[in-house]
Design a protein around this ligand. Structure first.
Ligand code: B16
Ligand code: MG
Length: 224
């Protein structure tokens, strides 16, 4: 068993793919005559693609056949894939790579824990895939956050006891999932919104090396 493990959410933590999800959902919403704002898109963060479409259709009061539902789901994803096909390293959020390097230098294994079914192509696009020992994404889970499944699978794949894992998350449901997995949750974003996190930071530029050192020491203390 490894001693400690670090798990990262993708959208809102490593990259800001929410803006591309927004554009793709907005295109579909327009086609369906539904008004869709950036505020509406907030509710889609960390939520599975399927659930997002259900919410959108509820907003428009639209009921559809299973076949039509699947076809819109595919249309949105194809549109989204066109946006992300242009992504590169410049889209990595500030200081993320510094944190990944810090952990790599210390041989601390890292995993991705995301609701996205497009996590691997996105990590490839921004050249971060090699940092991750495990990628647990929307293809691997049956239960969405706040269920802890995604993070528990990640801990298992890292070979780390869940209580010795740290999770970086930007969504309330993700913080809840990390807490119920008995992991140390770190919110990335608004601290009032993420009040259930053990610690929170506006972004990784606010997190200094001293904090990371302290975090690793705290976890290693838990192990003793
Ligand atoms: P896909 P995360 C989530 O990523 C996004 O925040 C959410 O808006 C999206 O609907 C979900 O992934 C599914 O994404 O359509 O690519 O499968 O924050 O869990 O990394
Ligand atoms: Mg997220």
């Amino acid at each position: 068993m490894n001693k400690t493990g670090f798990i990262f959410d993708l959208d809102g933590v490593i990259v800001d793919t929410a803006k591309y999800h927004y554009l793709a959902w907005k295109n579909l919403a327009e086609e369906l005559g539904i008004e869709f704002t950036e505020e509406d898109n907030e509710k889609f963060k960390g939520v599975s693609r399927r659930r997002c479409l259900e919410i959108l259709l509820e907003m428009g009061g639209i009921t559809v056949s299973d076949e039509q539902f699947e076809s819109w789901l595919q249309e949105k994803n194809e549109d989204y894939l066109r946006y992300i096909s242009k992504m590169d390293e410049t889209e990595i959020l500030p200081n993320v790579q510094r944190v990944l390097e810090y952990l790599k230098e210390r041989d601390i294994p890292m995993a991705l824990g995301s609701a996205s079914k497009n996590a691997i192509p996105i990590l490839e696009k921004v050249s971060l895939l090699p940092y991750f020992k495990a990628v647990v994404d929307g293809n691997a889970v049956t239960k969405a956050k706040p269920d802890p499944e995604v993070f528990l699978i990640a801990a298992e794949e890292l070979g780390v006891n869940p209580s010795h894992c740290v999770v970086f998350e930007d969504a309330v449901a993700g913080i809840e999932a990390a807490n119920s997995a008995k992991m140390l949750s770190i919110g990335i974003g608004n601290s009032e919104v993420l009040s259930q996190a053990a610690y929170s930071f506006e972004d990784f530029t606010e997190m200094d090396i001293e904090f990371l050192d302290k975090l690793v020491d705290t976890l290693e203390e838990r192990i003793k």
